[in-house]
Design a protein around this ligand. Sequence first.
Ligand code: ZN
Length: 154
Amino acid sequence: MSVPESRSSAGWATIPGIDTPVASTVATHTACTGTIQRVLFDEGRIIGISVTDRVFTVHQRRAIIARDKECLIPGCHVPATWCEIHHVTEHARGGPTHTDNGVPLCWHHHRTLDTSGWEIRTTNGIPQIRGPAWWDPARQWRTPRPTLDTLALA
Ligand SMILES: [Zn+2]
């Protein structure tokens, strides 16, 4: 997949095997959450498989789900198990694929994050959120849910 460097929402990207270009925002979100796997062949034999490090592993995903429970946006109760894991600092901008840099967002809030006014950051691995002015005129950073001292993975 070719993703333009520009943050412009007007750009287009191409996906191998698909003739129709897609909006760069689609490509960016696919790159954020999608599974990108490269299989190396040598005369029909598989000689290597690599998975990009921008994909959160099953173990990382389970830990993030245990920590955050639901979509990170206050008032949204989509279970984290149904959410996409968002890179708080984009992978393309050097954000690591680490639990400290991953938060669950439902499909809607992930797609609208750039335009909705919600902002997300992590501080010492704790996700924080700052709402748009209509939600919080003071625009303070908040921890969306109390952090539990002990988290057990089911
Ligand atoms: Zn949501």
